[in-house]
Write a protein that binds this ligand. Structure first.
Ligand code: SAH
Length: 352
């Protein structure tokens, strides 16, 4: 069933057939500029509000809302109509407010160190289910003290965005065109689905691409990011190169720092070489603990020295600040159903 933010403007027009033409503008303005529900749109006649509420329900029912980092990070666990659960995180920074959205319930990519990957795949989210995460978080940001405007969206929540590329691009257009965020402030993060990257390269909107690299040789990447067996590094780098040629927008590489696994001098050399040749920016992510992955994260001082090594090798690297750790909202910790028993990791953790 369609939810409130699923229909396009034309589809909403069809739903409003028989109503005066200005009703469409009123409804669209209410949903996308005021971020209101039909019930709240008192400019609409009561009977119409009631009908819209019944025909186009909200997609997300809050299960929990957790706040951390002195109110600067908020995480929601939402229940969808079919009972599956997803998470959304709102993060306030001095210069921006960012929403991290989920694109799938669960994930099929099975990266062993990621909680969502450990729990397996349920289903793709619809355009409306993705867009509504932004709307709901924006509203909370706007109603906060101080009021804040959401400026950035990262498609880095649960799921693999480029394994649900049609809906993700549908959501990107809605967020850019209708919610009014700049496409330059939207970032799609991928495990490296080559056809999806090629598809993104054809999109006219200047969204950012982040690639979860984590290893820069196939042997290690096959272990850490199993989809590498289908799209090995040579193919992934070629797709990045083509993307860069067409879009001329800087790619970023994400690298979760795993103690003794991908933080050696040889890793720095391989990563720096790849980043230099693609002019990519490297984002080092301190590994966050998850239930099904025994190997620890690299200690902070060695994360810093790894960054220094990368810089010495001529690559640009920054360490990503951790957010929402105590509410399990940090990178890789999002997992819909905390009750899901985590089976033994599909892939053995690598020895130290
Ligand atoms: N499927 C997309 C989006 C997922 S999450 C992707 O893989 O890019 C965003 C980032 O968090 C990815 O780089 C992912 O590899 C990283 N991540 C996953 N688990 C993590 C963990 N336990 N600690 C730190 N980063 C993690």
């Amino acid at each position: 069933m369609a939810t409130l933010y699923d229909p396009s403007r034309d589809e909403l027009a069809a739903l409003l057939e028989g109503e005066p033409r200005y009703r469409l503008d009123q409804l669209w303005h209410g949903l996308y500029e005021q971020r209101s529900t039909p019930a709240e749109l008192t400019t609409l006649p009561k009977a119409l509000r009631t009908r819209l509420d019944a025909d186009l329900p909200l997609a997300l029912e809050p299960v929990t809302e957790s706040v951390s980092d002195d109110g600067l990070t908020v995480k929601w666990l939402w229940k969808l109509a079919d009972g599956s659960q997803i998470e959304t995180v709102l993060m306030h920074y001095p210069d921006r407010s960012t929403v991290c959205v989920s694109t799938q319930a669960g994930c099929a990519m099975a990266c062993g160190f990621c909680a969502t990957g450990q729990a397996g795949f349920e289903r793709n989210l619809s355009v409306g289910e993705i867009v509504e995460q932004v709307v709901r978080a924006s509203r909370v940001a706007a109603e906060g003290e101080p009021a804040r405007r959401v400026s950035n969206i990262v498609f880095m929540g649960m799921g693999e965005p480029l394994a649900n590329v049609d809906r993700v691009l549908g959501a990107v257009h809605r967020i850019h065109g209708d919610l009014g965020l700049s496409a330059r402030h939207l970032t799609i993060s991928t495990v490296g689905i080559v056809p999806g990257i090629n598809r993104l390269a054809l999109e006219p909107l200047p969204v950012n691409l982040a690639v979860s690299l984590h290893a820069a040789n196939d042997e290690l990447r096959d272990e850490l990011v199993p989809i590498n067996r289908r799209y090995p590094l040579a193919d992934l780098y070629a797709a990045c190169e083509a993307y860069l040629t067409v879009k001329n927008r800087r790619i970023s590489f994400e690298w979760a720092m795993i103690d003794g696994v991908n933080d050696r001098a040889s890793d720095a050399r391989e990563l720096a070489a790849a980043a230099r040749s693609l002019r990519a920016h490297i984002n080092l992510i301190p590994l966050n603990a998850t239930p099904g992955w025994p190997t620890k994260g690299t200690p902070a001082e060695r994360v810093a020295s790894f960054r220094d090594q990368l810089e010495d090798l001529g690559a640009n690297a920054t360490v990503r600040a951790n957010r929402g750790n105590e509410i399990d909202a940090a990178c890789g910790q999002l997992r819909a159903n905390q009750e899901i028993a985590v089976a033994a990791p599909r892939r053995r953790a690598l020895p130290h």
